[in-house]
Design a protein around this ligand. Structure first.
Ligand code: FMN
Length: 169
């Protein structure tokens, strides 16, 4: 069935977008001794020179105002073993950091132990887009070491997935 125009319901919109497979990140920051973070699928690279990345965050996010105030954020790209971390940071108001091991990045952002890779960013710009904000960050440091974890955490059609490492020619 073709659905178009004003008839697009949020559930149909989400279901359609669920066909776009992606990795999963947790965007974290540190403000006045408080650790903040939320699970984020809408991450992508924007520019190589300067190195810019972006994510979108819902306007009602409790974490983002603190990230904005800190002026910097960490992109933790989750590994295949971090479903629990993804679920934990997708909760609202919970003590998301209880028992989570982390280390400080060069900018002072928390790097969650066991992530596949990380990018240390300063906020470069912010744009209002409907019920979300598009946040653009300038990458100031990144992980130059090969991560111990090798598998990404993937998300497709509302489910976490593993990568069967078959290359498609
Ligand atoms: C797989 C997955 C992907 C998500 N991606 C996003 C996203 O891109 N942007 C967003 O604002 N919330 C996203 N969320 C929802 C937030 O993680 C969730 O609303 C969280 O509770 C927000 O926390 P906060 O209120 O502390 O910011 C995602 C949740 C899941 C489970």
């Amino acid at each position: 069935m073709l659905i178009s125009g004003t008839a697009i319901e949020p559930s149909s919109f989400r279901r359609a977008l669920g066909h776009y497979a992606s990795g999963i990140t947790v965007i974290t920051s540190h403000l006045d001794g408080e650790l903040v973070g939320f699970t984020c699928q809408s991450f992508y690279s924007v520019s190589v020179n300067p190195p810019l990345v972006s994510f979108s965050v819902m306007a009602g996010s409790a974490s983002y105002p603190k990230i904005r105030q800190a002026g910097r954020f960490m992109v933790n790209i989750l590994s295949g073993e971090q479903v629990g971390i993804s679920n934990r940071f997708a909760q609202r108001g919970a003590d998301k950091w209880h028992g989570v091991q982390w280390q400080a990045s060069p900018l002072g952002n928390p790097i969650i132990d066991g992530c596949l890779h990380w990018l240390d960013c300063e906020i470069h710009a912010e744009h209002v887009a409907g019920d979300h904000l598009i946040v653009i960050g300038e990458v100031k440091a990144l992980n130059l070491q090969t991560a111990a974890a090798t598998q990404p955490l993937l998300y497709f059609k509302g489910q976490y997935r593993n990568l069967a490492m078959h290359e498609v020619a």
